[in-house]
Design a protein around this ligand. Structure first.
Ligand code: SF4
Length: 692
């Protein structure tokens, strides 16, 4: 018998689209969009349509696996869950007994649901300060810059009319980053008929629709933001009342950006000076105006200062915490993140983390992968000997893939939970088969600053031995001797999280979405949550933290290199999420190969044609991908699609990723002080035609 059930998408990126799931005989037969979806309004993408294939895929991990032979040998024995939990607990506790709890790291990539925070709770209850993840190149640069500049993470307010929209480093129609579904932006544009400015080295779909596209050189966002500030301040387009009453250090900022004339900004960013002035005026003259800022600005050593300069822009233009500008929706009335992760158990965590000696921005409590690798490979600042990796693939996702491979390979003990065998899982001592979306009750957007949580109710049973990560951790915690800090059953956890809202999970599933209160201009009551109670254009804590008081340009992220005359950037595909989904034939059928985008002028200069196989080379490494000659990218810049590998070559085989994955080209150093961020973009590179 067929039936249709609504839920929210949740594992194929950050999630948020409302799905109509057709179930037949206990299996998902089809996935469709829901025109009434509160965030997606009828949108879904190819990834969600491929879900039935993913759920029923013959290569899915279906039993816990214990490694036999050497690490990465590809020889496994299927074992029971009882044995798997015993082995996991024994391995983690062995390292804890010998080296201390801090020698065990807990790793995850992009948070896609509640499980990320359950992992942090596991680390806290186990006693380790080391939760490791790529937040230093994704989301946290903006959030930490927000905390240290205005006390919150300012997101675009799609709920109110706006007069201008600037999309800065955000390819929303392909990535749905942070669950900001692109339909929200497209509906706002249509309703308001507001001018659209897009800032991106690639002519994205949004750039196609823009009134003005600024194809800046990768890695120059900070310089462009300083140039915008110069125009807005020099032309008197600031909100003078706001500046007078609610900013700290405006005169210093004005002096600081004076040198950033349109001509200087043009010389650094590679843009036309008149376009810079035009774009700055569009933003400065419209009121309100919003900035949809994205991950594109976060992947170089300039990220913290670039994000601070953009918040300064929002502030001096009077668009901060304003309807139709950039604001912070109130959190939904559920258990606080701090209470849920049991931060109280490790009050010394910031000082105990691997990253502590490097002096990151206060409040940044995730260890940068680059520091984790130093701890594993060089014992600096102290040795890390074991890791628990939850549904993520660091070998491909972190900078310097070969180094990451070596680090994971040299651990004493590695546990990985996954849905398919990945190059990272292939290195593990123990692989635990995870259930995925539609297979258990989950909560989306918990702990994310967008002001809501989403119900993602279970639709079908997972394969019998695939467990939700929440259940794996809840049961593992009991085996680790931590039962008093966990729940009898992981479903009870959901009940406790929702208790403050007075809702059961079934009630939330019925209503779908739970929002927090939305209020604007909150600073008028008690000021901003910063030491000066104002927007800190100059950071009042700079001396104490060692961070730049004002956002400062120190030159390109990597010095120019005559042997590598091109600039490398990267982009994400709408068909995949990171390195995920390469097992799904309908998706790889849509996009069968990794590509490097090359402008026709660049291709001609290098003697390259569309479809040629080329080596993309940097000082760190080289990969072989297909050239796509296109005028959608600026001359002199090449962009490689992120996260590519070929499961057909065997996850345990380095050949499955070593010639195709972007992070072979990147390096784990240098990194910046604020967040430990390396340069993933704006790397000097060259293209060399490859033999077939
Ligand atoms: S855009 Fe993201 S949330 Fe929407 S259907 Fe696709 S994967 Fe799911």
């Amino acid at each position: 018998m067929k039936k249709k059930i609504k839920t929210h998408c949740g594992r194929m990126d950050h999630g948020g689209c409302t799905l109509v799931v057709e179930v037949e005989d206990g299996r998902v037969a089809n996935i469709g969009p829901d025109p009434e979806g509160p965030l997606s309004h009828g949108h879904i993408c190819p990834k969600a349509r491929a879900l039935p294939e993913l759920l029923n895929h013959p290569k899915r991990l279906r039993r816990p696996l214990r490694r036999e032979g050497r690490r990465g040998s590809g020889r496994w024995t299927e074992i029971s869950w009882a044995e798997a939990l015993e082995l996991a607990a024994e391995g983690l506790n062995r390292v804890k007994d010998q080296y201390g709890a801090r020698a065990v790291a807990f790793c995850q990539g992009a948070p896609k649901g509640l499980e990320h925070f359950i992992l942090i709770r596991l680390a806290n209850t186990f006693g380790s300060p080391n939760v490791v993840g790529p937040q230093n190149v994704c989301h946290m640069p903006r959030e930490m810059a927000g905390v240290h500049t205005c006390g919150f993470f300012p997101v675009a307010d799609y709920e109110n009319p706006t007069r201008a929209l600037v999309v800065w480093g955000s390819n929303l129609t392909a990535t749905n980053e942070e669950g900001v579904i692109c339909t929200r932006l497209l509906r706002r544009l249509k309703a308001d008929q507001a001018p659209l400015v897009v800032i991106d080295p690639r002519r994205t779909e949004l750039a196609e629709r823009a009134d003005l596209w600024l194809p800046l050189k990768p890695g120059t966002d900070l310089a462009l933001a300083l140039g915008f500030l110069q125009v807005i301040i020099e032309e008197g387009l600031t909100d003078q009342d706001f500046v007078k009453d609610f900013t700290f250090g405006f005169d210093e900022l004005a002096r600081h950006v004076r040198e950033w004339t349109p001509e200087k900004t043009a010389a650094v960013t590679g843009l036309a000076s008149e376009d810079i002035v035009k774009a700055a005026r569009i933003y400065g003259r419209a009121k309100p105006a919003m900035i949809q800022w994205g991950n594109g600005i976060e992947q170089t050593v300039h990220n913290f200062d670039a994000a601070r300069s953009l918040i300064s822009l929002m502030a001096v233009a009077g668009n901060l915490d304003a309807p139709g500008g950039n604001m912070a929706p109130g959190p939904p009335p559920v258990m606080s993140l701090r209470d849920f992760v049991r931060a109280d158990l490790l009050p010394e965590r910031p000082k105990a983390m691997i990253s502590a000696p490097y002096g990151p921005a206060p409040g940044f409590v995730v260890v940068a992968p680059e520091y984790f690798k130093q701890a594993v490979l060089a014992g600096r600042p102290y040795p890390v000997k074991a890791a628990y990796v939850q549904v993520s693939n660091p070998v491909l996702a972190w900078s310097g893939s070969h180094e990451t491979y070596q680090a994971l390979k040299s651990l004493d003990f590695l546990v990985v939970t996954e849905t398919f065998l990945s190059p990272t899982a292939a290195l593990a001592d123990l692989v635990l088969p995870a259930a995925t979306q539609l297979e258990y009750n989950d909560l989306g957007h918990f702990g994310v600053a967008h002001g809501f949580v989403l119900a993602r109710p279970k639709i079908v049973d997972p394969p019998p031995d695939c467990w939700p990560n929440a259940k794996i951790i809840n049961e593992l915690a009991k085996k680790l001797g931590l039962a008093s800090l966990w729940w009898e059953n992981y479903e009870d956890m959901l009940g406790d999280i929702l208790k403050p809202a007075g809702l059961t999970y079934a009630e939330l599933a019925e209503q779908g979405l739970l929002r927090g209160a939305v209020r604007y201009f909150k600073y008028k009551e008690k000021g901003f949550k910063t030491p000066t109670r104002k927007v800190e254009l100059v950071m009042s804590t700079a001396e104490k933290t060692g961070l730049n008081p004002l956002p400062s340009w120190t030159g390109p992220p990597q010095p120019e290199d005559p042997d590598f005359p091109l600039l490398l950037s990267g982009h994400k595909s709408r068909n995949f999420f990171g390195s995920d989904h390469r097992y799904i034939e309908s998706l790889t059928g849509r996009e069968p190969e990794p590509v490097v985008e090359v402008h026709p002028e660049t291709a001609q200069a290098g003697g390259l044609g569309d479809g040629d196989l080329v080596w993309v080379e940097t000082r760190t490494g080289k990969i072989k991908v297909r050239a796509r000659v296109t005028d959608r990218i600026r001359p002199g810049v090449v962009s490689v699609v992120h996260g590519w590998w070929r499961p057909s070559l065997g996850a345990e085989n380095q050949a499955s990723w070593a010639e195709t994955t972007y992070n072979v080209l990147t390096s784990s150093s240098p990194v910046n002080k604020a967040l430990g961020t390396p340069n993933l973009r704006a790397l000097p590179a060259r293209l060399v035609k490859a033999d077939l």
